[in-house]
Design a protein around this ligand. Sequence first.
Ligand code: SAJ
Length: 411
Amino acid sequence: MNTKVCVVGLGYIGLPTSIMMASHGVNVVGVDYNKALVDKLNSGHMTFKEKGIDDIFFDAISKGIKFSHEGVSADIYIVAVPTPYNKLSKKIDPSYVINAVKDVMSVCSKGAIIVIESTISPSTMDKYIRPVIEKNGFVIGKDIHIAHAPERIIPGNMVYELQHNSRTIGVDEPYIGEKIKEIYSSFCQNEIVITDIKTAEMTKVVENTFRDINIAFANELAKICRQDNMNVYEIIKIANKHPRVNILQPGPGVGGHCISVDPWFLVGDYPNLALLTHEARKINDSMPEFVLERISCIMEERGITDVSRVGLYGLTYKEDVDDVRESPTLQLLENMKKHLASGVKVFDPMVANKNIVPNMIYDFDEFLDSIDILVVMVAHSHLKKNINKIKDKIIFDTRNVFELNKNVYKL
Ligand code: SAJ
């Protein structure tokens, strides 16, 4: 393939996408403003852990992928930078995407295509991206083409899902969609739908909102069942035997940079209409506090008064990833601070950075020796492999890993 692709932003989405393309024969340069990150990649080191990704990374390097911290000239740019939301207005903060597009405009030649992969709220392209491009003297559809092609891969199974999930490409003109589709088809074995940009924007936000609402329902059930001493897991298991019922699992909260963020875009833009979405967000955001209340009840019941004898297992937002963004454990620790309490121990085998939170312990045996109550916040495979070491602890299991007994408490 002669088309040259530049992936802008080498994080959790941009990096896997760029190496997957390169390993399938696409001419790719990955660009990130973070020089240290680019140097690490150029010296042959992956920057995060993910099942099967190292093999793709080394294959991409052997096939000639380049990483740079400066802009390069290319035919197609794929922008995969963060899109946080403004915590007050609940609206998208498009500044990273806008800056990335500005950087592209300073190096691209006529006819280049800019594909935004980052999740954006409906109309972000119309409200922010088109005006920025036009202000710089480019005619959209002639000098520069724009598209939105949101990703759908799930951390923990990215490599498989990159190749097997269906994709969406939103464009102004179908022939541009076909050019982009050719690139994604190099590795994507599923259907690639071409539609308009606003539909693609909305579809992505809708997908993550759907999941958030469904997790919120499971969390609401957990609270109801706790109040009247019913087993929520047994109830969900039985209800799910109905052919049209599929309830998700309750947990200590919803973290990650996607599901806990994207529904806010709808709430921010449609405050009088996105009522169910807003309520679901509030329910999921209330779970770390609910966990904290349960810890306090369990401590009282077991006569434990020293909070430093409580250990939180898991700091990441979910199992077997090393991503701590918006993690329920971080939210719980924040809530503790508000209650002027501190001192709980934290252990996470997936987190290498020792300074994220206070009282982090890096040796599992040492962690277990220093606590009486183990709170399972994340069900990493590591925990399941070490179950025999934990048997004599009081366990508060927010992820339903352990069989219920007199020492095991549930949500
Ligand atoms: N969670 C529960 N109960 C459940 C399922 C999840 O409490 O039954 C929690 C997890 O522990 C985690 C959070 O929800 O804290 C989100 O985890 P997740 O595995 O549901 O999703 P993400 O955020 O890792 O990835 C999602 C995916 N979206 C959907 O499934 C609709 C993924 O396909 C998207 O590509 C990704 O967001 C994204 O980048 O938008």
